[in-house]
Design a protein around this ligand. Structure first.
Ligand code: CMP
Length: 141
């Protein structure tokens, strides 16, 4: 089934100029970019995006990190996009990520882990609409 997922190239990715390399890896893995923009989230917006982690000890620091600079949200389309994208980026903790994955190649820590990917179909829909209106996406083919 063709699916859409939300990816975010996080502030560490943009700051370290890994954007081009990571987008190349995403496209070479067969994902079609159907939406893309550059945003700077304020703490309120980043806090809303990660509201599911509100009770976690890392929440405050995560919100500070995600609002510390420019991010690039992307909507990606592919067969099994959600699962395949999570495989492409690797485990949250780069120390545990498979070799060749985006996080193994570029991430520094569990928090500063370069990229986000939706973890379920339901969350993908919510997360895509958090950043994009339908007008900003290539229509479903
Ligand atoms: P992401 O896939 O965007 O989903 C939630 C984010 O919280 C995660 O990537 C990391 O950036 C961050 N995160 C998850 N677990 C931890 C942790 N144990 N310590 C610090 N940050 C974390």
């Amino acid at each position: 089934m063709v699916q859409r997922t939300l990816a975010i190239l996080k502030p560490d990715c943009v700051r370290k100029n890994f954007t081009g390399k990571v987008i190349d890896q995403i496209v070479n893995a067969g994902f079609k970019i159907v939406g893309m923009k550059m945003v700077t989230m304020d703490a309120k917006t980043a806090g809303e995006f990660y509201a599911v982690h509100k009770e976690r000890p890392f929440y405050k620091s995560l919100v500070e990190f995600m609002s510390s600079g420019r991010c690039i949200p992307l909507v990606l389309e592919k067969e099994r996009a959600i699962e395949d994208f999570r495989e492409l980026i690797g485990a949250t903790d780069p120390a545990e990520a498979e070799s060749g994955t985006v996080r193994k190649l570029y991430a520094e820590s569990k928090q500063d882990n370069i990229v986000h990917g939706s973890d379920s179909q339901e969350n993908a829909v919510t997360e895509i609409h958090f950043f994009f209106s339908e007008r900003e996406l290539i229509p479903n083919s």
